[in-house]
Write a protein of this length. Structure first.
Length: 176
């Protein structure tokens, strides 16, 4: 799964920065399909959803959505709780972002953004979720989302001096 996590994350990072990746997502779909029902880690489920959205596969999306819902409704334990509280919302936000529902992505990710660490992965690996949130705030038509985006970018710039994302995004915000 680590290769899928790395591949999906880098492809989405490229897409967020408008870098053309061709049909590279399609190469990952056959690899993730056998894992859509695993739910070993909420972190993995989020990356599986990235691949599904990158391929824009409605059938696999429905299967994964239903499987995640079934898992959180029929299981107990730490991972079930993490999936319920963080994994499913992250998956939903990825879908919202992919479908252009930026405000919904913001509304889904912003309340959990400070606790996403609980799903596992390194800070660098989890940063993709912050990037999705930032890009959602920038793309949203809601003024409050733009304000949140400015705040997150300021936080990010304090923690990651000279971050390319912070610098390029702050140019956008200075124009408002």
């Amino acid at each position: 799964m680590l290769d899928i996590v790395d591949a999906s994350s880098i492809l989405l990072r490229f897409e967020l920065e408008d870098v053309s990746i061709g049909d590279r997502w399609k190469n990952l779909l056959p690899i993730i399909k056998p894992h859509v029902h695993d739910h070993i880690l909420a972190f993995n489920d989020a990356h599986i959803r990235m691949v599904i959205e990158g391929c824009d596969d409605d059938t696999v999306r429905k299967i994964h959505c239903d499987s995640v819902s079934s898992f959180i409704n029929s299981s107990s334990g730490d991972n079930s709780e993490r999936t319920r509280n963080f994994g499913k919302p992250i998956c939903d936000a990825i879908t919202f972002y992919h479908n252009g529902n930026y405000h919904e992505a913001v509304q889904t990710l912003s309340p959990i953004r400070h606790n996403i660490y609980s799903i596992g992965g390194s800070n660098a690996q989890r940063d993709i979720f912050t990037q999705i949130l930032i890009h959602s705030t920038l793309s949203s038509t809601e003024i409050d989302d733009h304000k949140l985006g400015k705040m997150i970018l300021k936080e990010r710039n304090m923690m990651k001096k000279n971050s390319a994302l912070s610098q390029s995004s702050s140019i956008y915000h200075n124009e408002e």
